[in-house]
Design a protein around this ligand. Structure first.
Ligand SMILES: C[S@@+](CC[C@H](N)C(=O)[O-])C[C@H]1O[C@@H](n2cnc3c(N)ncnc32)[C@H](O)[C@@H]1O
Length: 365
């Protein structure tokens, strides 16, 4: 028995428990707007903070105690005040955009809601279906928007060669497993001559995309409820996206085959998937590895297994992704990324053949 090892592990385990608890408190700080309120405030009492946020003082005081104990907020004992230092608020507020980690803290409570069902699945097999996560699409839409609103046009589109020019001229674009359709709305707004469609199995999420498109008055976008494993489009898209949508599929190979079939020859496919290796030991240095494998067990893997699926898991990784894309017929696969999004791999590939689009661009010089 190595006592030092045991003491080190006790410290680790205490950190694990405190981290889980504080994630819940950070999620509450996000949902109540407390971090946003405190970011603009001088040191203040719990009453002043509660008043500024329009919340109940007793709850805010207890939350501030947890935040102080966790090193998120600083406390002046003599003045009886609390402050959120700017070095912290840059990672905790809506103004922080893609750096706001509290959006992801919300996944901890979301996963907690299905813990008992996941335990049952450990014993009996199967999984927890999508409809057992009522808040999933809302949180997903929030985190996707946070990530994509800044980077989609300025960093993601440039990964796709001349896609900006082709979308400016007018092409057909699809997003499979689009969720609330943020990506398609942003692109449809930016490229009025192109036509955009978002497919997903979740009708309520698509409704959110439809409303956003309506508010913006976009006539070049539509959303359709569709099982990604049963796409029956044939050679009608020049560019297809999937954002974090392959790894939790029940039947990812059928999805990839359907996407390939739906693309015109020479068309491009951008598959965005969590940045990971397919080998556990190569992921252990990843800052978010424990979170990734937890989300996998309690959402991405289990939703796939719930429908008799493959259960790829969130960290299915780059090597397996390249293998599956190759098997589906995609070529020139390039694994790249963006500055804004350190958590995902961007796999750019192509369906063999020359598109009519690029032929006509070529003919015009
Ligand atoms: C992790 S979410 C990503 C959503 C969206 N692409 C984003 O980045 O915000 C995966 C999406 O795949 C959808 N999905 C899962 N299985 C599907 C299926 N068989 N057919 C179509 N969509 C499916 C889910 O409803 C969910 O919206």
């Amino acid at each position: 028995m190595d006592r030092e090892k045991s003491a080190t592990f006790l410290k680790n385990l205490t950190g694990i428990m405190n981290g889980g608890a504080l994630s819940l408190m950070c999620s509450i700080g996000h949902k109540t707007g407390l971090f946003d309120t405190m970011a603009g405030m001088e040191p203040a009492t719990s009453q002043a903070i509660a008043d500024a946020a329009g919340l109940q003082e007793r709850y805010v005081r207890e939350w501030l105690s947890a935040m102080t104990a966790g090193g998120v907020v600083e406390h002046d004992v003599d003045a009886g005040t609390f402050v959120l230092p700017p070095e912290h608020s840059g990672l905790l507020t809506r103004a922080a955009g893609p750096l706001n980690l509290t959006t992801y803290c919300q996944y901890v409570s979301l996963l907690g809601q299905v813990e008992d069902e996941v335990v049952t699945a450990f014993r009996e097999g199967g999984g927890v279906p999508y409809d057992r996560y009522p808040q999933f699409q809302t949180i997903m839409a929030e985190s996707s928007f946070q990530r994509l609103s800044k980077s989609l046009l300025s960093q993601v589109v440039p990964l796709l060669g001349d896609a900006h020019d082709r979308m400016t001229e007018g092409i057909d674009v699809a997003d499979v497993g689009c969720g609330s359709g943020r990506a398609m709305v942003l692109l449809a707004d930016a490229y009025p001559k192109s036509r955009f469609v978002g497919f997903d199995i979740a009708g309520a999420a698509l409704e959110r995309g439809r409303s956003e498109a309506e508010v913006l008055g976009l006539a070049n976008i539509r959303f359709e409820v569709r099982d990604a494993a049963a796409l029956d489009e044939h050679e009608c898209f020049d560019l297809v996206f999937t954002f974090d949508a392959v790894h939790d599929q029940a039947h990812p190979d059928r999805m990839l085959a359907g996407i390939h079939r739906a693309m015109r020859p020479g068309g491009q496919y951008l598959c965005v998937e969590p940045k990971a290796s397919s080998h556990l030991h190569e992921n252990l240095d990843m800052a978010m590895a424990p979170m990734v494998y937890t989300i996998s067990t309690m959402h991405c893997m289990t939703v796939s297994l719930a429908y008799g699926g493959e259960g790829l898991g969130t960290a299915w990784g780059e090597q397996l992704a390249v293998e599956k894309l190759t098997n589906a017929g995609f070529v020139d696969i390039m694994v790249t990324g963006t500055k804004e999004d350190r958590g995902n791999h961007y796999l750019v590939s192509r369906k063999p053949g020359v598109s009519a689009e690029s032929q006509s661009v070529g003919q015009h010089g």
